[in-house]
Design a protein around this ligand. Structure first.
Ligand code: SAH
Length: 346
């Protein structure tokens, strides 16, 4: 069995290379090549030929294939569908802003959280992504688009905290000074609220931005649309957010998709304001995106405006998310796994 070399940190490479009696500096050379998007050992021209052959026998380099690339005519947002080495497919979105380019990556093939409004969970979880595969989403989006990526959001397909160890390894890889060197403060991780994993993440004190997909401030509404709320509850989640903030000093952000007649009444706004203040959180309202298979509708503009006013009157820091990539179905919650085969036919 060959080893997935792009999932290894330099110190792990050093340890692995010592087994084949290679000096430490070779690990740094190989790590640097991989961070530049090398697709074979043969192109690593500063390594002796004999070493390149040995590496070829012991390790493999993951290389995703672009199955489909769509570019929004409205705002230039790019959506990639990649084929992974086992034939599975995931999506990555590149958003261009004046202050820099952001890549939105998937962390799993599918998702098992079952949120009622989200397309990514239809069909359940297929498998976790490896650290190398998440790194490839950033690396090859950058190479293919020619855009410098300065920010990463873990807000694509999958629940990042449900793939905890691989996600943390990916964060260390992408943050490494000899690799892509993207600062933790330029990375946001979004979770549906696995409280025990939020505590585990807090212990690592990574300085990234944590977003919580709250979507409802009361148990009755939240349990209806987010099965993860069962057995945990909103208060347990808010308590975990407070602990996270205390431990890391990093302010949390609440994601809140406005769903017509479900979570958009003044009652919800007032209770949300209370919870946000308790957790010291900022609120990011998202107009619900239309998903064909789901029965939900976005809130009216009038309800959205009323909702914002209540939050602001309560002194809560609130933003309304701008919609990007609308014409290529690249907006929040619209990414979903499709068999590589069916999509290639489209
Ligand atoms: N599983 C993680 C990461 C996904 S991030 C999480 O739940 O946070 C994707 C974000 O888009 C989440 O906040 C999710 O709740 C939200 N979302 C899902 N479906 C949506 C839809 N139809 N419209 C707007 N936002 C949606």
């Amino acid at each position: 069995m060959k080893i997935d070399i792009k999932s290894m940190l330099p110190e792990e490479l050093e340890a692995s290379f010592s087994e084949i009696r290679e000096p430490k500096y070779r690990a740094k050379q190989v790590f640097t090549w991989l961070g530049k998007g090398a697709v074979s050992f043969d192109e690593m021209s500063n390594l002796p030929k004999s070493l390149r052959n040995t590496l070829n026998e012991r390790y493999y380099i993951t290389v995703p294939k672009v199955i489909r690339k769509q570019v929004s005519k409205i705002d230039g947002t790019i959506k990639y569908l990649w084929e992974l080495s086992d034939g599975n497919a995931v999506e990555t979105v590149v958003m261009t802003y004046r202050h820099g380019n952001t890549v939105c990556i998937s962390t799993q093939v599918g998702c098992r959280q079952g949120c009622a409004f989200c397309a990514s969970t239809i069909g359940g979880l297929v498998r976790n992504l490896e650290p190398s595969e998440m790194l490839d989403e950033v690396l090859f989006s950058q190479i293919d688009s020619g855009l410098d990526i300065s920010n990463i959001v873990l807000m694509g397909i999958g629940e990042p905290l449900d793939n905890f160890d691989n996600v943390v390894k990916f964060l260390k890889l992408v943050n490494h000074p000899d690799g892509l060197n993207i600062g933790m403060r330029h990375i946001s991780l979004s979770t549906c609220g696995l409280t025990e994993k939020i505590d585990k993440l807090a212990q690592l004190n990574l300085q990234l931005t944590l977003s919580i997909s709250l979507h409802a401030p009361d148990d009755e509404t939240r349990t209806k649309i987010m099965p993860v709320n069962r057995g945990r509850g909103v208060d347990e989640l808010i308590a975990a957010c407070k602990r996270y903030y205390e431990r890391t000093g990093r302010r949390i952000s609440f994601e809140y998709a406005m769903i017509d007649g479900v979570n958009d009444t003044p009652f919800h706004a007032r209770l949300l304001a209370e919870k946000a203040k308790e957790a010291g959180a900022h609120v990011n309202l998202i107009p619900l995106n239309y998903v064909e298979e789901r029965k939900f509708k976005p809130s009216s503009r009038e309800n959205l405006e009323k909702f914002v006013k209540i939050l602001e009157n309560c002194g809560v820091n609130t933003t309304v998310r701008r919609k990007l990539g609308g014409d290529v179905d690249a907006s929040c919650g619209q990414l979903r796994r499709r068999a590589a085969k069916t999509t290639a036919e489209n």
